[in-house]
Design a protein. Structure first.
Length: 252
């Protein structure tokens, strides 16, 4: 069975490792190429876009793909839209693997917003020291709020044309411990955390650290999806096996 995994998340990497040992599944992992040095994985990897919905449709047909798995980042909205459209056009089954969103706990001071522009507006007019962990491609929304100091943490370098007037940049790949996140926020005198509700465990430490410090958090909600999601790799593998299993013989 030929399987295309649309990756870009830790769940996609974990699924790739799990499927690498399945002799009945011929899987390939597709990455958009936005991360400069992706983690090495035991499956064939293709890097780059497909050229829109039509390009993805052509790829699925050319590769005789049996099942497509959308395991992109929860905020990779465009790719998920393309995957649903391509699945509808080809009739290829589509499975969505993602992590559940974080839920507020006692002591959290969250302001939940719909997008990055709303996150920048939620910071207010009074200058604040902001810990910004929204990814390097989302910084443009905060150029409109130059009164704040931004501590920006990304996996890859931001580059010189970020547009932020007062900012300090850190390059680091998680996961980060709660203790390390709390220490960083204290050392940088952070007053508010801005992040995406990506869910999962790899980056939840910053939320726990903010809770310990009593800091407010501006949290960007996950985009609404149009497909029921699975949250467990074993569940995805079971679905693949069910698809691959031949139909039971009919009684005479």
């Amino acid at each position: 069975m030929r399987v295309l995994i649309l990756g870009g998340s830790s769940e996609a990497s974990a699924l790739a490792r799990a499927l690498a040992g399945c002799s009945s599944i011929d899987a390939i992992l597709s990455l958009a190429g936005r991360t400069i040095a992706p983690v090495s994985l035991p499956l064939p990897v293709r890097i780059g876009g497909f050229g829109g919905i039509s390009g993805l449709v052509n790829y699925l047909r050319a590769e005789a793909t049996d099942v497509m798995i959308d395991a992109t980042h929860p905020f990779a909205e465009q790719m998920s839209v393309h995957a649903r459209a391509a699945a509808a056009q080809t009739g290829i089954p589509l499975i969505r693997l993602t992590r559940p969103a974080w839920r507020a706990q006692d002591g959290d001071r969250w302001t939940e917003v719909a997008d990055m522009r709303a996150a920048a507006e939620a910071l207010g007019h009074i200058p604040r020291r902001v810990f910004l962990t929204v990814g390097r491609l989302q910084l443009a929304a905060f150029v409109s709020a130059p009164q704040h100091f931004y501590l920006v943490r990304t996996i890859d370098p931001v580059g010189p044309n970020h547009g932020l007037q007062t900012a300090c940049f850190l390059e680091a790949r998680g996961p980060f411990t709660v203790a390390d996140e709390e220490r960083l926020m204290r050392e940088q005198a952070i007053e508010v955390l801005v992040t995406k509700n990506s869910g999962g465990t790899a980056s939840v430490g910053k939320l726990e650290a903010a809770r310990r410090l009593g800091l407010p958090v501006v949290l960007v909600r996950q985009p609404a999806g149009g497909l029921a999601a699975m949250h467990d790799i074993a569940e995805v593998i079971a679905a693949l096996e069910a698809h691959h299993r031949p139909p039971a013989p009919r009684g005479v």
